[in-house]
Design a protein around this ligand. Sequence first.
Ligand SMILES: *[C@@H]1O[C@H](CO)[C@@H](O)[C@H](O)[C@H]1NC(C)=O
Ligand SMILES: *[C@@H]1O[C@H](CO)[C@@H](O)[C@H](O)[C@H]1NC(C)=O
Length: 280
Amino acid sequence: MKLIILLALFAYAGARIPIENCDGIVVHNIKHEPQILKSNISSPYQLAIDFNTNTLFFSYSSSDPDKSFESAYFNLKTNEFGIITGIQGGFANAVDEHRNIVYLGGQDGIYQFDYETKAAKRLKVTDHNIWQLFFKKDLYYSSYPDEHVYVVKNDQPHRVPELIDTKGMLVAIDNLDNIYFSNSSGLFVHKKIKNYISYVGDYNVNGITYDLNGKLFFSTPDGLYYIDDNTKQVEKLTSIENVYGIAIEADGSIIYASEDNLIRLRPTKTYCFNNEKKNH
Ligand SMILES: *[C@@H]1O[C@H](CO)[C@@H](O)[C@H](O)[C@H]1NC(C)=O
Ligand SMILES: *[C@@H]1O[C@H](CO)[C@@H](O)[C@H](O)[C@H]1NC(C)=O
């Protein structure tokens, strides 16, 4: 009887079947080992990878009370870490992979990263306080505190017409030009073909990114998710507590931010059965 109740509880909680070696992080039935890339970094947010140089860009909360946020980079090959100078309140990061441009967003506009000097140079595009940057054919950004979504064309910002009536904090475009965006009500998508906005789910999105193939992934404080662009369904990859952001390396490895670390998930050879509930 006890066993039955226990089994029922596991089934109810959607917990993994506890077989040997399968505690910890499981993605697609493969056990993953967390590898700490950079520790003791406070609240790393808004991760973006430059695939050309294998460099991860992110923001974090400065220990200097005069500064709010700082922009930083981490070379995923050499482990070189550095703080980016020349930017005020650096918070957002995006990469134009074709033109090799790294964009950074600060409290007074958009900057470009210079690999030679490791400094940011302000671009004459906008004075907005930038919450998030996303690059897909064009540069998109959201402004703070108004939560308006803009696209930059010919060095000029324009409200994204599809989102003119709504707030958006994080925005991402998929390979079919559908516009995903989050606000405090959850995650939504503007579908290109049908030209309407639909609700994806009650996700508290705190990071959204793409892999080398343009597939979208996002994080919430309790897990990592993937958006299947054929079905438009959200798949939960794994549950992790206190997630602050996500990025996907060129080889498909998942990198996420915890409260004070940047962590890579390395697949092991252990196959696990897991019944982590899909779709949330
Ligand atoms: C962590 O960072 C803080 C602030 O930069 C520093 O004061 C502290 O010594 C660091 N701790 C470790 C373990 O490196
Ligand atoms: C978030 O976006 C949806 C869809 O456009 C909208 O209905 C909702 O009012 C927005 N939430 C907030 C807090 O503005």
